[in-house]
Design a protein around this ligand. Structure first.
Ligand code: B4P
Length: 193
């Protein structure tokens, strides 16, 4: 099993690039943002409660997200590998993921870190709000709040994996195709190692 974490701030293109990487490499896509939106559509208790955090630009509590990921891993026992998109977002989630993968005799060989300027991120998310039905998009104040939460709670996850020498930094500015080529080159190199 070959797993990849696609890491980066809100709006860095994790969802956009995940779609292309899945098609190329056949990963099972595990996006906690998508899982939460699905719960909301189904109007489950979890979905309704989680949405209150999402709409304020906050993170959903760790135990909720870890539970969802654990179930998704169990539902895909024969996966050739997972692409984790938007997870882990806290060090507690990263530690939980290590434990869950260890149980499956697997691990994270690489964390691809998309770096994008903050003003570009805000621009992308405010723009996405013009067409998306996502309730956490659009409002610039919410986008700034999301970036603050990212720096405080999620950025330490990069340090957690950097200590294990797993992080590869990718320039996330430029065209979607160029960024995809950079990501693919890093994955190919890691697979060949
Ligand atoms: P997510 O669904 O993970 O989404 P995201 O961070 O907003 O965006 P992403 O980086 O995927 O950007 P995208 O490709 O769409 O999170 C939503 C919320 O769910 C979180 O805020 C949180 O509340 C909650 N949540 C999720 N996971 C959680 C967890 N593990 N723990 C706790 N809470 C959790 O791209 C953005 C826009 O840019 C798009 O419009 C796209 O078209 C555009 N774009 C992409 N690449 C571009 C490029 N190269 N140039 C120009 N535009 C580009």
């Amino acid at each position: 099993m070959f797993n990849v974490i696609l890491f980066g701030p809100p709006g860095s293109g994790k969802g956009t690039q995940s779609e292309k990487l899945i098609e190329k490499y056949g990963f099972v896509h595990l996006s906690t943002g998508d899982l939460l939106r699905k719960e909301r559509q189904l109007k489950t208790h979890l979905g309704i409660e989680a949405q209150k955090f999402v709409d304020k630009g906050q993170l959903v509590p760790d135990e909720v997200v870890i539970g969802m990921v654990s179930s998704a891993l169990d539902e895909n026992l024969n996966a050739p590998g997972f692409l984790f998109d938007g997870f882990p977002r806290t060090v507690t989630q990263a530690e939980a993921l290590d434990r869950l993968l260890e149980l499956k005799k697997s691990e994270i060989p690489v964390v691809l870190f998309l770096e994008v300027d903050e003003e570009e991120l805000i621009k992308r998310l405010v723009n996405r709000g013009k067409t998306s039905e996502r309730t956490d998009d659009g409002d610039e104040n919410i986008q700034r709040k999301r970036q603050q939460v990212y720096k405080k709670e999620t950025l330490p996850v990069a340090a957690y994996y950097a200590k294990k020498k797993k992080v590869v930094t990718i320039n996330g500015m430029g065209s979607i195709e160029d960024i995809f080529s950079r990501l693919s080159a890093s994955i190919d190199k890691k697979i060949a190692d």
